[in-house]
Design a protein around this ligand. Structure first.
Ligand code: UT7
Length: 326
């Protein structure tokens, strides 16, 4: 057995804005119904930021909880990676704003933009620092204010998304190079830029100078989801050297209940092993995986030492999966 440095998740935290918007609330101004939304997506409600609440505030709240869970303070943090597609400003990065608001010392801070897959991408990037001894205490955050990108006249998209943030603390620990080690054990990351038109925002600083609104051909994205995600999950499990059957908890990106169930069925994952927050949070893009992780840890289902499988797919298209032992 060889001694290797592993990137271990030592704390998890989440934050949801106070305001809750139900499906019936949306049906008051857009041609939809609670019945349609629940049946086609599994969503029952979502949280929405206050008008004066930037995404960095959500990220900071989640980060504080993750640090407390890890027994760390902002003083310990030397790396901050924020996965987001809804930054406070075009620049600087949300990560540097979080660093300032938390009062962390000078270190490394930047954002990762891979839309709904952002948290899986960000974990992989963090692993590149932590497992090489270049970070002793990293904050990896998924934070989004997706409701700010909604076209509230488009019933095909505006009912699907919500706001929130989730964070994890990642620290280096010596392992033995086996699947019994705690830490990030395997990844598979994918992108296919030819599918851009299926899911994008129609604005940006170097095109029309606008923030833009989210545009999606939902049924087309749906068609790719189950196949793409299943392939990435299988590849991540192979990268980690584990059997999918040995996974304790499946913690997927929360886009649509039918996608979660389809992936689980295809991979032979028992439905009782799937953490689902979609009904309460809707799709919070890069925040959805760490929020689901936080939910599972706080309600006592997910325990230290267990094997977790994370996966996501989003705009780009991007998708990916990660296997980790908590
Ligand atoms: O996280 C990023 C990745 N995103 C995703 O993974 C999203 C993937 N896609 C989906 O989740 C689903 O495709 C949706 C939930 C977006 C849509 O469900 P669908 O079963 O694919 O419906 P559809 O788009 O094929 O539309 C079916 C019908 C249409 O009416 P007609 O043309 O059949 O008369 C839509 O106009 O449903 C209608 N519709 C709605 N009706 C009531 C679409 N949105 C709504 C709505 N309320 N909110």
């Amino acid at each position: 057995m060889t001694s290797v440095l592993r990137s271990v998740v030592t704390g998890v935290g989440g934050y949801l804005p106070e305001r809750v918007v139900t499906n019936d609330d949306l049906a008051k101004f857009v041609d939809t119904s609670d019945e349609w939304i629940v049946e086609r997506t599994g969503i029952r409600q979502r949280h929405q930021v206050a008008d004066d609440q930037p995404v960095s505030d959500l990220a900071v709240a989640a980060a504080r909880r993750a640090l407390a869970a890890a027994g760390r303070t902002p003083d310990d943090v030397d790396l901050i990676i924020v996965a987001t597609t809804t930054a406070d400003l075009t620049f600087p990065s949300v990560a540097t704003i979080v660093q300032r608001k938390l009062g962390c010392p000078v270190g490394i801070a930047f954002d990762v933009q891979a839309v709904c897959s952002g948290f899986v991408y960000a974990l992989s990037v963090a692993d590149g620092f932590t497992a090489r001894g270049r970070s002793k205490c990293a904050l990896v955050i998924g934070a989004e204010t997706m409701t700010r990108l909604m076209d509230w006249t488009d019933r095909g998209t505006c009912v699907l998304f919500g706001d929130g943030a989730g964070a994890v603390v990642v620290e280096p620990m010596a392992g033995e190079g086996t699947t019994a080690d705690r830490g990030l054990l395997g990844f598979a990351l994918r992108a296919d830029g030819t599918k851009q038109d299926l899911l994008y925002v129609d604005g940006g600083p170097s095109t029309n100078g606008q923030v833009g609104k989210l545009r999606m051909q939902g049924n087309q994205v749906f068609r790719h989801a189950v196949v793409n995600i299943s392939e990435a999950v299988t590849a991540a499990a192979a990268d980690a050297g584990i059997e999918i059957a040995s996974v304790d908890w499946f913690v997927p990106h929360q886009a649509n209940l039918r996608i979660l169930q389809g992936v689980a069925r295809r991979l032979g994952i028992d439905e009782h092993k799937v953490i689902t927050t979609l009904d309460q949070h809707a799709n919070t893009s890069a925040a959805s995986i760490p929020l689901a992780l936080d939910q599972g840890v706080r309600d006592g289902r997910i325990k230290p030492g267990q094997m977790l499988l994370l996966e996501a797919m989003g705009g780009g298209l991007t998708w990916g999966a990660c296997v980790l032992r908590l």
